[in-house]
Write a protein that binds this ligand. Sequence first.
Ligand code: ITT
Length: 215
Amino acid sequence: MREHRRVWFLTSNKGKFREAQAVATASGLQLQMLAAPKIEIQSDNLSEIASYGAQEAAKRLGIPVVAEDAGLFIRSLNGFPGPYSSDVFKRLSNKGILKLMEGVSKRNAKFSSVAAFCAPSRKPRCFTGSVFGYIGLRPRGVGGFGFDPIFIPTKGDGRTFAQMTVREKNRLSHRAASFKKLSKWLLTVQANWLKTPLANDTAQNQPGCLRERLK
Ligand code: ITT
């Protein structure tokens, strides 16, 4: 039965996948990366974005899928960039965020993650995780991805996420929290879905074919 404890995670973000995979593996669940961006709706709600992405992919692929939406919420910027984090990072990067924060002393921020699971013809199920911290004065570290070099978790030791290993970041992170909950739920409450033949066991469910069906 163990070999069926696997599920596809639809994401184009390798850093995200690495972190989620480490958490899921520790719980006994194997995540497989389906390297395509999730199908996104315009919304200011992470749960809506993650749910839609998972539901739409499960419908098109005919197999259970996990999708995640995450964002950085900066208090002094009224929660910006929040659900728009992906686009904002591409346009402004960390330098742009630090510029917006010039002269701002209250630098509190949080990362949130919503991991959504959806099986075909079912309603999606969401799991949330958050981590509180603050925005540093300059980028530090080369690990992780995205806003990691400027985010310092309150419960850490003063280092940014980018100065931590994946294991260290996973002790504190929003993503570790959401994927821990999702893995536990999948392996207990929804164990039946994991008994279905694995998506990549059949020819039409090789990653290349799955990606084609998402287009
Ligand atoms: P997929 O949609 O393909 O999963 P993505 O990178 O576009 O990948 P999101 O839509 O969830 O993922 O975008 C969230 C963005 O917020 C992400 O691209 C990063 O720039 C940032 N972000 C989210 N979680 C982060 C983390 O743990 N560390 C640093 N930046 C993070």
